[in-house]
Design a protein around this ligand. Structure first.
Ligand code: SF4
Length: 371
């Protein structure tokens, strides 16, 4: 389990990874959620560095955003304002939700040392015009990346980066599957930390470590007897105290539809002559995330199937506080899980939360009702 410990250490101290990369002469680009074309950054020989907020109190960011904006944006902006991300050569900010639409301007106003790369993709991402729009935006971003890298990036380099990212996606899913039957060896917090480490390190190295852990787990007998099987859904479940509550109640995460975890991993980029077109086509395929236009609410259908396939006892809807897309999704998704007779509990979390009493009681009661 040395590999698991290594991944956990990286997750515990991402800033050390950032410093190390910069000290080695590598340029690093911050990548905000969601679905930024980070393969282009990797192809240019730079390190994509995930920015999904942090467990901390935000103060200065309140000069730019009202308090009722999600903590992912508040805490990421706070780190930027405090100069903690000054080592980045740029930050990619998409416009995937109403709150993110203001992030680029807020960042530019408050964070002077790190330029913004705005990321737009088509809302109607599945139609031919939408795919073409996304492809053209990604090519535009490629030019900005080339300027920062000080060199051009070839399609062959992009293809190589895509292969590395696709392998990483497969490794994440394989690890998640192995962890599902080994809660004694991999706690819910370990599972999250192992996946999260990929946001701060070279993806090929992340794949190697994850594969090592998965192989170890596959050699061990299952340790999930007596555990309740749950599927998680939401934007982010990266709250160690919440994950401890899941463990304490003898629950194991058997699959997830969490944007920060497996949603991105579930869809690989197809092989194609134009690798950037392939990236846009992949975006058209993704389901299961509230920030992507989803008129038939396929997220609910996917979640029900996922829970059935995994033999889950229930679903945990982990709602990020003040997240409109998640709040809008909750009602239709709940109707769909109810129709399928799959119990679902909604809990609300926030990276600035210090008291987990409420989710703890709700999860304890949910676990009792499932046993
Ligand atoms: S989708 Fe929700 S959690 Fe994500 S940035 Fe927007 S408001 Fe915040």
């Amino acid at each position: 389990m040395n590999a698991l410990n290594r991944l956990k250490n990286i997750t515990m101290n991402p800033k050390a990874e950032l410093k190390e990369a910069v000290a080695s002469g590598k340029k690093v680009i911050g990548i905000m959620p969601y679905f930024c074309p980070e393969e282009l950054v990797y192809a240019a020989g730079m390190l994509p560095f995930g920015l999904w907020g942090a467990e901390m109190q935000a103060n200065e960011s309140k000069q730019y955003y009202p308090a009722f904006i999600c903590s992912i944006l508040h805490t990421t902006l706070e780190m930027g304002l405090k100069g903690e991300l000054d080592d980045l050569s740029a930050v990619m900010i998409p416009i995937s939700c109403d709150s993110l639409k203001g992030m680029g301007a807020n960042w530019e106003a408050g964070v002077k040392n790190v330029p913004v790369i705005n990321v737009a993709f088509a809302e109607n991402r599945k139609i031919a015009a939408g795919i073409e729009f996304t492809r053209s935006q990604f090519r535009k971003i490629q030019k900005q990346i080339e300027e920062i890298a000080g060199r051009t990036v070839s399609d062959d380099e992009i293809r190589k980066a895509i292969t590395i990212y696709n392998e990483n996606r497969c490794a994440i899913l394989a690890f998640s599957k192995a962890a599902a039957t080994h809660p004694a060896e991999v706690t819910a917090a370990d599972r999250c930390a192992a996946i999260k480490a990929g946001y701060f390190m070279d993806r090929a190295a992340h794949t190697e470590l994850l594969n090592e852990v998965t192989a170890e787990l596959e050699n061990l007998p299952a340790s999930d007897e007596g555990y309740l099987k749950i599927v998680t859904t939401g934007i982010i479940a990266d709250a160690p105290r919440l994950l401890d509550i899941i463990d304490k109640n003898k629950m194991v995460i058997v699959d997830d539809q969490i944007a920060h975890e497996s949603v991105n991993a579930r869809y690989v980029i197809p092989e194609a002559e134009d690798p950037v077109l392939a990236m846009a086509e992949r975006l058209a395929e993704i389901e299961g995330c509230s920030v992507l236009y989803d008129p038939g609410k396929k997220r609910g259908t996917q979640l029900v199937e996922m829970a059935k396939n995994a033999g889950a006892d229930g679903i945990l809807f982990i709602l990020t506080k003040f997240c409109d897309p998640e709040e809008y999704d909750y009602v239709p998704v709940k109707r769909m899980t109810d129709s399928a007779s799959i119990p679902m509990l909604q809990i609300e979390i926030d990276q600035q939360m210090t008291d987990y009493g409420q989710p703890e009681s709700a999860i304890m009661a949910f676990a009792e009702s499932l046993r």
